[in-house]
Design a protein around this ligand. Structure first.
Ligand SMILES: Cc1cc2nc3c(=O)[nH]c(=O)nc-3n(C[C@H](O)[C@H](O)[C@H](O)COP(=O)(O)O)c2cc1C
Length: 278
């Protein structure tokens, strides 16, 4: 078994001398066949089926969900940049009783939005709640700032799901107010696995600004530590991805489908491989 583990480590981290090509210079009689699958990729891609129709399915990152509420489109624009950048699934929070222009006419003390923001216990109903967020590890949560805080409908959303094992990252748009108060409110309201520092954007923020922020998040480092679940003749092993082009290539292929790795002797001391995606 020890030998096999070493072998797997060499698959993921070391050899790949002929990455992507056929196995030159090999003994064609010796071959092993490994069925491998990325734990994360397999579970995530099937688990989102059946969720709300508002949840658009994206192909790349099935462990991330971008959720947002936007009444006049500013936050939506930022959210869409983020969705494009991450390839994440998305879900739009809409009020069961939609906010009219009068409802958000905040110069009027008695408008609906002002009344809601003045009462921390108000929980506006969501039109078509997403059934589950269980299959996601990372939640981006976007909203406009209303009177220095998150709109109360965001609180409705937060109290409807379990975030205790999620990484949550807020983002918002506003005229000028920052995001800090709303982030504190969110942290006080529900138990969150990990809350990363969010960001406030101006209504006219560019896609490059969003990209720069996204790339600065410590998220991407964590992802490179994904584990690989490998099944060999009914036995399961886990391996880590090395920081190499070949390992990244394998990770990409695992997003498409389970991968069979055909191993062959190479130079009598290490294994050469072919990736076969089914
Ligand atoms: C009821 C209400 C309260 C608002 N309060 C603030 C505020 O306190 N500070 C601020 O900078 N902008 C405030 N704004 C402006 C919005 O945050 C800003 O226009 C935001 O980009 C709207 O996002 P949306 O288009 O996604 O709805 C407020 C807007 C509304 C409707």
């Amino acid at each position: 078994m020890k030998k096999l583990i070493l072998l797997l480590i060499s698959i993921v981290g070391l050899c790949f001398v002929s990455c992507g090509s056929s196995s030159s210079g090999t003994d064609s009689s010796a071959s092993d066949s490994l069925q491998s699958s990325a734990k994360e990729t397999q579970t995530k891609s099937s688990a989102s089926e059946g969720d709300s129709s508002k949840q658009e399915s994206r192909s790349t990152d099935k462990s991330t969900l971008v959720i947002y509420f936007s009444r006049t489109g500013n936050t939506e624009k930022i959210a869409k940049y983020l969705i494009e950048l991450t390839g994440a699934d998305s879900y739009v929070i809409e009020a069961a009783e939609p906010y009219t222009d009068d409802d958000i006419h905040y110069q009027d003390d008695n408008c609906r939005a002002n009344k809601e923001q003045n009462d921390k216990s108000v929980r506006p109903k969501i039109a078509d709640p997403i059934k589950s967020i269980d299959s996601y590890d990372t939640i981006f949560l976007g909203y406009p700032i209303w009177w220095g805080e998150e709109p109360r409908i965001i609180d409705t959303f937060l109290e409807s799901y379990d975030f205790s094992d999620k990484t949550v990252i807020a983002f918002c748009t506003s005229g000028s107010s920052g995001i800090a108060t709303s982030e504190k409110n969110i942290a006080d309201l529900v138990k969150i696995g990990k809350q990363l520092e969010g960001k406030r954007f101006a209504a006219d923020a560019s896609k490059d600004e969003v990209k720069e922020w996204f790339e600065s998040l410590p998220l991407n480092d964590e992802k490179s530590e994904s584990k690989l679940l490998v099944s060999v003749n009914g036995k399961e092993l886990t391996a880590s991805f090395a920081d190499s082009t070949a390992a990244k290539e394998l990770a990409e292929k695992l997003k498409e489908a389970p991968v069979t790795v055909k191993l062959e002797e190479y130079g009598g001391f290490e294994k050469d491989k072919d990736f076969i995606v089914k």
